[in-house]
Ligand binder design. Structure first.
Ligand SMILES: [Zn+2]
Ligand SMILES: [Zn+2]
Length: 130
């Protein structure tokens, strides 16, 4: 396989296999296992191409770098861990939030991001005695 094709496949596979949105640095860490010598610049270039081809979707979080996820998932939300900064998918949606808007306003869409600690970073509720 041609080097650039192998790199693009590695990047696509990294995102498809993650099950959550990845930052470019996270994409690089995973894709490097399949395509040694991959650089962050190449990751960025391929993310742009995959995005243009509609193979990946950009997840924009307020005040943070974009993350990338596979395909089109339809409407869903995200959770960002404030400790490890990883982003996870949230499949629940509170539904129609139009009632929160001021009277007379019409709501077209909403973005919702939950912040907290992921299962790995959360302190255990009942710390086992050592
Ligand atoms: Zn975490
Ligand atoms: Zn929603």
């Amino acid at each position: 396989m041609e080097r650039s094709t192998r790199q693009r496949t590695a990047i696509r596979d990294a995102i498809a296999g993650a099950g959550r949105p990845l930052s470019p640095a996270e994409v690089l860490a995973v894709a490097q296992l399949q395509a040694p010598g991959l650089s962050l610049a190449t990751v960025y270039r391929n993310l742009k191409l995959l995005q243009e081809a509609d193979e990946i979707t950009v997840v924009t979080l307020p005040g943070d770098n974009p993350r990338y996820e596979a395909g089109r998932h339809g409407h869903h939300h995200h959770f960002q861990c404030t400790a490890c900064e990883r982003v996870f998918d949230v499949h629940a949606c509170p539904g129609n939030l139009a009632r929160l808007a001021p009277p007379g306003f019409s709501v077209d869409r909403h973005e919702l991001t939950l912040y907290g600690r992921c299962a790995e970073c959360a302190p255990p509720r009942h710390a086992p005695a050592r």
